[in-house]
Write a protein that binds this ligand. Structure first.
Ligand code: UTP
Length: 228
């Protein structure tokens, strides 16, 4: 049975103050359609704005925050989102939200598995990439709020070019080696290194268009960028 892995940007689930009912409703329908077409689906949930609100509250109380504690607030926001997604997919999803990507259960109760952040220094893109390596899926779909990867930030550089295909070499040169929790790279540079080394492709697509992602899964033309 084919397994599809999607890293869902937290900005999809919690765009600002609270969860997006519109996105969650669409995600439920989409997940049902994917499993009805005979596939297994892993949804790795990002954290979104929640952690930023908690970090800013903590930083108003104390002068300096420990970097690991910033990560833990991020990790728990991904887990909260994971539980939210598991809750709406109760009838078709495994009952436990997975944290350690090296411990993926062989038997799932349902055809959807929900995962979230594991430990400080990681990202959910990295969790998804490790799962892709361990399950040998060959691909991670990264659903966030951008349509394509550009050669530079299109908000700052009017000459930035849109790409439908980009090599890992070019992408990694563009985003660098470092992972900074506040950075807005389309895909985590550390996860990119792993995917490059393991021959895993990443499809960067907009999570607002789940029909487009369904086309991608079915092998049809889709709107987005393939990093490979
Ligand atoms: P993500 O950065 O993976 O979620 O986790 P996100 O909201 O989807 O991110 P973007 O902005 O859409 O790319 C949020 C934060 O949680 C911590 C990191 O600090 C990360 O920036 N985290 C997450 C970890 O430390 N370890 C993990 O395994 C996952």
């Amino acid at each position: 049975m084919k397994t599809v892995i999607i890293s869902i940007g937290g900005s999809m689930i919690v765009p600002n103050g609270g969860p997006s009912v519109k996105f969650l409703s669409a995600l439920k329908l989409f997940s049902e359609q994917v499993v009805n077409s005979g596939k297994r689906l892993i949804l790795v949930c990002g954290g979104g704005k929640t952690a930023r609100h908690y970090i800013s509250a903590a930083s108003e109380v104390v002068d300096s925050l420990h970097p690991e504690d910033l990560d833990w607030l991020g990790i728990h926001s991904t887990r909260l989102n994971g539980h939210l997604v598991r809750t709406i997919l109760r009838d078709i999803a495994h009952s436990v939200v997975i944290k350690n990507p090296h411990h993926i259960p062989e038997e799932w109760d349902g055809d959807v598995l929900i995962a979230a952040g594991w430990k400080p220094g990681w990202s959910t893109d990295y969790v998804a990439s490790v799962m892709a390596k361990n399950l040998d899926t060959g691909m991670v779909i990264n659903a966030s709020n951008i349509d394509y990867v550009y050669t530079d930030d299109p908000r700052k550089n009017p000459h930035a070019e849109k790409r439908e295909v980009m090599s890992w070499e070019e992408y990694r040169t563009m985003v660098g080696e470092e992972w900074d929790p506040g950075m807005s790279a389309p895909f985590d540079p550390i996860a990119s290194k792993l995917c490059d080394e393991e021959g895993i492709s990443v499809a960067i697509v907009n999570g607002d268009d789940l029909e487009n992602i369904r086309g991608l899964i079915e092998g049809e033309d889709f709107k987005g960028t393939i990093l490979s």
